[in-house]
Design a protein around this ligand. Structure first.
Ligand SMILES: NC(=O)c1ccc[n+]([C@@H]2O[C@H](COP(=O)([O-])OP(=O)(O)OC[C@H]3O[C@@H](n4cnc5c(N)ncnc54)[C@H](OP(=O)(O)O)[C@@H]3O)[C@@H](O)[C@H]2O)c1
Length: 256
């Protein structure tokens, strides 16, 4: 067991971190925080090229943007090769990319089901497997962003709820299989996270949330980013296979 001085626990100066879905809200927050912690940051995007490139430019020369469709095995292999060719190593993978469309179960089509399962679980499987090959001789940390919806079902989200429950169990499996290589694998399950326009688009949902959550607010991308920093850091060196809900205590609220 190595002992890291307390003031160095969140120093990622010599580390390379790949954040998938960094063209989106939570991913951007995670990429920014690891950059502040000194890491080389690989900013992944699919359609959001302009946003990802602007973020990489804003974060400076230790950051670079990489494209991949994460449901495509060849594209994921290429992504891992490009990241390690560019930065020389891969220490931390944050599997953050995902989608959350609404669809009532009574009319959900098989295509809607498959699209969500592919974006939210195929991507985590592929990225974890290919990243672990890169980390095999150095060790590393993988963090999967699931959701409290994987623990407590929200309406019109059967595909999403199921995909996130799968990610939580996949994390335990990956922690077992890759632990001997020094690779830790953990899940973070965010609650409701602030994004532009959410208070106007869904006022009743936001106010229900704020009434129920003991901390009386939505989360922010920074709340998720700081939990990622912790789980990726030596402060969590004996933690693997867990699911860490980051949700302002909402799961601790009374049911009745
Ligand atoms: N927001 C919340 O309240 C909340 C709560 C719990 C959990 N989560 C989870 O947190 C994660 C991020 O959420 P967010 O709110 O930041 O979402 P977001 O802003 O919509 O961003 C989603 C990101 O995922 C990428 N992506 C989606 N499908 C992809 C695919 N097939 N291949 C490659 N990239 C893909 C998108 O890339 P492009 O835009 O470049 O195409 C985008 O960068 C998701 O896994 C979500 O389920 C969110």
């Amino acid at each position: 067991m190595s002992v890291t001085p307390v003031d160095q626990l969140f120093n990622f100066k010599d580390k390379t971190v790949l954040v998938t879905g960094a063209s989106g809200g939570i991913g951007e927050g995670i990429a920014r925080r690891f950059s502040e912690a000194g890491a080389n940051v690989a900013v992944h995007y699919r359609n959001g090229q302009a946003k990802a490139k602007a973020l990489a430019a804003n974060l400076g020369d230790k950051t670079h943007a990489f494209h991949a469709e994460l449901t495509d095995p060849k594209a994921v292999t290429d992504l891992m090769d490009k990241v390690t060719a560019h930065f020389g190593r891969l220490d931390v993978l944050i599997n953050n990319a995902g989608i959350f469309p609404n669809a009532p179960l009574s009319t959900m089509t098989i295509d809607q089901w498959r699209t969500v399962l592919a974006a939210n679980t195929d991507s985590v499987f592929l990225c974890t497997q290919k990243a672990a090959l890169k980390m095999k001789h150095t060790g590393g940390a993988i963090i999967n962003i699931a959701s409290i919806s994987g623990l407590n079902a929200g309406p019109d989200h059967a595909h999403y709820n199921s995909s996130k429950a799968a990610v939580i169990m996949f994390t335990q499996s990956a922690a077992q299989d890759f632990g001997p290589d020094g690779i830790r694998v953990n899940t973070i399950s965010p609650g409701l996270i602030e994004r532009d326009g959410i208070k106007d688009a869904w006022p009743e949902g936001v106010s229900r949330w704020q009434e129920k959550a003991p901390l009386s607010r939505m989360g922010t991308p920074l709340d998720i980013a700081d939990a990622c920093l912790f789980l990726a850091s030596p402060a969590a060196q004996f933690i693997t296979g867990i699911n860490l809900p980051v949700e302002g205590g909402v799961m601790a609220s009374p049911i009745y």
